[in-house]
Write a protein that binds this ligand. Structure first.
Ligand code: GDP
Ligand code: ZN
Length: 354
């Protein structure tokens, strides 16, 4: 693939200029295998490592490459792996907290321009889930597009559509059936050269079926390509950056397909801008819209201007975010301690002046 087919635009060209002057090459991260990455360069690809310096200086996972990142690589010998020297500033970033004792952030994909939020119009349809995916996407910096799949199974298509319009806040909504292939063409305008897209949605909503439609053949065939490596052996290459017929690039990683947990703060405000606007009228600045007196949000529920479900899911999400923030604070304190120790050690190691 050439650079424009990899999603390279004028923005990247400008950001890359200083690195070009250093003799580095532009590449896009296609697969992450822990500390090693498969990167695509103009009409070439290679494995690439991250130098120790970058790993040590990284304050968080965000300072390390992720699938979708534009990077500047050094690649002096085609017989050897490349080295990733710099990561270009991102336009968007999807991440999730990893469940466990410590809250760690897992970076799932960078530089997604358009996120198709796929929901199924069958019995599993949940407007609340869609709200969460919207919040998550606003938080990431990507542009959301709602895709209501399984139109052929909808009991009451118009009611569903009206419900979605009520929370979409201007985000485009498309109704399709991946199985029948109807409505797919409505998505084509988003799939132009230079655009990077990803599909988000719960398991079973039809993401794989839709991807096969968009790719134009079974994704499995394009996903694992048998190739000869540099020594002539047959190897199977797993692909997570998939070119689509319109010229767009699809980021399809297992993590993105399964993305369900999320952290969103700004995102929640945008996805719930109706609640946020009402909250301006609350008597208490930090009103939780629960038992507080003179609460404008509860008043709106009482006189029917705001759906009780909507307030309920807003409060649930707020509670989750507060819980997460507490854990992140604890983690930040630990990291700070660790850094202070590192600095002390480095100072001890410095040669004393004579
Ligand atoms: P994923 O888990 O989101 O990747 O979902 P899949 O693509 O695997 O689809 C889950 C199930 O839904 C499969 O049995 C599909 O055949 C079915 N499915 C997907 N899209 C449609 C659709 O538009 N209509 C109907 N009736 N079934 C669909
Ligand atoms: Zn209130």
């Amino acid at each position: 693939m050439n650079l424009p087919e990899l999603g390279w635009t004028e923005r990247e060209r400008q950001l890359f200029e200083p690195y070009r002057a250093e003799g580095l090459l532009p590449a896009r991260v296609a697969v992450a295998y822990g500390a090693t990455f498969r990167v695509y360069l103009e009409d070439e690809e290679t494995l690439a490592d991250v130098p120790g310096r970058m790993r040590h200086e990284a304050q968080s996972r965000r300072d390390l490459p992720a699938v979708g990142d534009w990077v500047a690589v050094q690649w002096p010998s085609r017989q050897e792996r490349a080295t990733i020297q710099h990561i270009l500033p991102r336009t968007s970033l999807f991440s999730r907290k990893v469940a466990g004792q410590e809250t760690t952030e897992q970076i799932l994909a960078a530089n997604v321009n358009v996120a198709f939020l796929v929901a199924g119009l069958d019995r599993d349809f949940s407007i609340r889930r869609l709200e969460r995916y919207l919040a998550m996407t606003w938080e990431s910096g990507a542009r959301p597009v709602i895709v209501l799949n399984k139109a052929d199974l909808a009991d009451d298509l118009e009611t569903c559509r009206a419900e979605v319009a009520g929370i979409a806040g201007g985000v485009p909504v498309h109704t399709i059936s991946s199985k029948l292939g109807s409505g797919i063409e409505e998505l084509f305008p988003y799939l132009q050269l230079g655009t990077t897209v990803a599909l988000l949605g719960s398991s079973g909503v039809g993401k794989s079926t839709l991807i096969n439609r968009l790719v134009g053949q079974e994704r499995q065939l394009t996903r694992d390509v048998r190739e000869k490596d540099s020594r002539g052996r047959h190897t199977t290459t797993h692909r997570e950056l998939v070119p689509l017929p319109g010229g767009a690039l699809l980021i399809d990683t297992p993590g993105m397909r399964e993305l369900q947990l999320w952290t969103a703060d700004e995102g929640v405000k945008e996805a719930f801008d109706d609640v946020a606007a009402l909250a301006e009228g609350c008597y208490f600045r930090d009103c939780a819209h629960d038992t507080e007196p003179k609460c404008a949000v509860k008043a709106a529920v009482e006189d029917g201007r705001l759906a009780p479900d909507r307030l309920e899911s807003y409060r649930k999400i707020q509670a989750e975010l507060r819980h997460l923030a507490t854990r992140q604070d604890a983690l930040a304190q630990q990291t700070e301690k660790k850094q202070t120790r590192t600095v002390h050690r480095a100072v001890r190691r410095m040669p004393s002046k004579r």
